[in-house]
Design a protein around this ligand. Structure first.
Ligand code: AMP
Length: 220
C-alpha cells in the first residue's frame, strides 16, 4: 500500500524541500513545511510571524507549543484528509509525541530520513540563494544575491543561512533529531535514504519506499 502520511527528516540542506515538493505532487497530498509556514507568517507580519522571527533569525527552534499548534491546524484542513507530507516537523521528541497524540497510534505511515553528511550540507547552505518572490533555489557561492531565473525577482541568502546560524541549526539538528531517529526506529517507522546522490536517484529510492518496498527500522 502506498504511504500517504509521511514525515521527512534530514539536515538543513539535505534536499528535503526539493524531494518533498516532488513527492507531494506525485501523491497528491499537501506538503506541510513548517519552515515555509513560519517564513510566510514572518513576511505577512502575523502574530505567529512576530513571535517566530527572532528564533528563526538566530537559528533556534521556535517553542514546541507554538509549532505543534501550527501543525495541528494544518492537519485538520480538508485538503489533508487523504494524507500529508510533513517537512521540518517534528524536530524534537515532545513534538513527535504531540504528533502521535493527534494522529493516534496508526496515524503515521513512515518517517523518511534523508541522510547527507555535515560537511556536504554546510557547503550547500553557504551557497544557497532563494528567490523571495517564488521560492526558486540556486547555488551561488560567489554572490550574496542573483537574479531569479523563474520570475525575474532576486534570489538572496536566507536570513538563517549566515555561517553562525548554519552552525547553530546543524548543532540543534544533531542534538534534537538524533534521539528522534531512534524514537521512530523503535516504532518501526524509520526509513533511511542516502541523500548524497543525485536528486533523481534520491527520489527514485524514496518513491520505492513510499510504495512499501522496504521500510528499514533501526537507527544507524
Ligand atoms: P527550516 O526551513 O525547516 O530549516 O526551518 C527554518 C526555521 O524555522 C528553523 O531554524 C526554526 O527556527 C523554525 N522551525 C521550523 N520547523 C520547526 C519545528 N518543527 N520546531 C521548531 N522550530 C521550527
Amino acid at each position: 500500500m502506498t504511504a500517504r502520511r509521511l514525515v521527512v527528516l534530514g539536515r538543513q540542506g539535505a534536499g528535503k524541500g526539493t524531494q518533498c515538493v516532488r513527492l507531494a505532487a506525485d501523491l497528491a497530498v499537501p506538503h506541510v513545511s513548517t519552515g515555509d509556514v513560519l517564513r510566510a507568517a514572518v513576511r505577512q507580519r502575523t502574530n505567529l510571524g512576530l513571535e517566530a522571527k527572532r528564533f528563526i533569525d538566530a537559528g533556534d527552534l521556535v517553542p514546541d507549543e507554538v509549532i505543534v499548534g501550527v501543525v495541528r491546524e494544518k492537519l485538520a484542513e480538508p485538503v489533508a484528509r487523504n494524507g500529508w507530507l510533513l517537512d521540518g516537523f517534528p524536530r524534537t521528541l515532545p513534538q513527535a509525541e504531540a504528533l502521535l497524540d493527534v494522529l493516534g497510534d496508526d496515524g503515521l505511515d513512515v518517517a523518511i530520513d534523508i541522510d547527507v553528511p555535515n560537511d556536504v550540507v554546510v557547503a550547500r547552505l553557504s551557497s544557497r540563494r532563494v528567490c523571495e518572490s517564488c521560492g526558486w533555489v540556486t547555488s551561488a557561492p560567489d554572490a550574496l544575491s542573483v537574479d531569479c531565473a523563474e520570475c525575474g525577482g532576486i534570489a538572496s541568502r536566507r536570513s538563517d543561512d549566515t555561517p553562525e546560524a548554519i552552525a547553530r541549526r546543524l548543532a540543534h539538528y544533531d542534538e534534537e533529531v538524533g534521539p528522534l531517529q531512534a524514537w521512530f526506529a523503535d516504532r518501526g517507522l524509520l526509513a533511511r535514504v542516502d541523500g548524497n546522490l543525485s536528486p533523481d536517484e534520491v527520489y527514485a529510492t524514496i518513491r520505492r519506499l513510499v510504495q512499501g518496498d522496504s521500510v528499514v527500522s533501526g537507527a544507524a
